[in-house]
Design a binder for this molecule. Structure first.
Ligand code: ZN
Length: 136
């Protein structure tokens, strides 16, 4: 996976759907490249998350994947839950308190405005911890 400090090719399209313009902390995967326009440090658990998106995009092609991802909240939820589960699993190597903090933070992200408030906080947390199946 390549990492570049630049905007993804479909940045304008993404900005039409989500309020992420000028958010330095957001990164994007498009094809085999991780775009990090803010240039911040990328934690290993976040790389694990983005690697899932890279794999997901291989099946459909990056352009097609992004079009469905932006248009269809259900598809988006499935893609993100897969990625967040991998990220949370990765964090098993972290101290317990860091892992709990990460779970809180990614549950907030998954249930928040960045993804269009697709689920509430508790559901997001249950999904990430694999206590709840995706099709419940
Ligand atoms: Zn994601």
């Amino acid at each position: 996976m390549k990492i570049v400090e630049d905007y993804p090719p479909n940045y304008e399209e993404i900005c039409k759907h989500f309020k992420i313009r000028n958010n330095k902390y957001v990164v994007f995967t498009y094809g085999d490249t991780l775009y990090n326009p803010g240039g911040g440090h990328i934690a290993e658990d976040l790389k694990a998350h983005e690697q899932v998106h890279m794999q997901q995009q291989q099946t459909l092609g990056a352009s097609q994947w992004w079009q469905i991802y932006l248009a269809d909240p259900k598809f988006r939820l499935v893609q993100e839950v897969q990625a967040y589960r991998r990220q949370y699993n990765f964090s098993k190597i972290y101290p317990r308190s860091n892992r709990r903090k990460l779970l809180r933070s990614i549950s907030q992200d998954l249930s928040g405005p960045m993804y269009g408030n697709i689920v509430n906080y508790q559901t997001a947390k249950d999904l990430i911890e694999n206590r709840r199946a995706l099709d419940d």
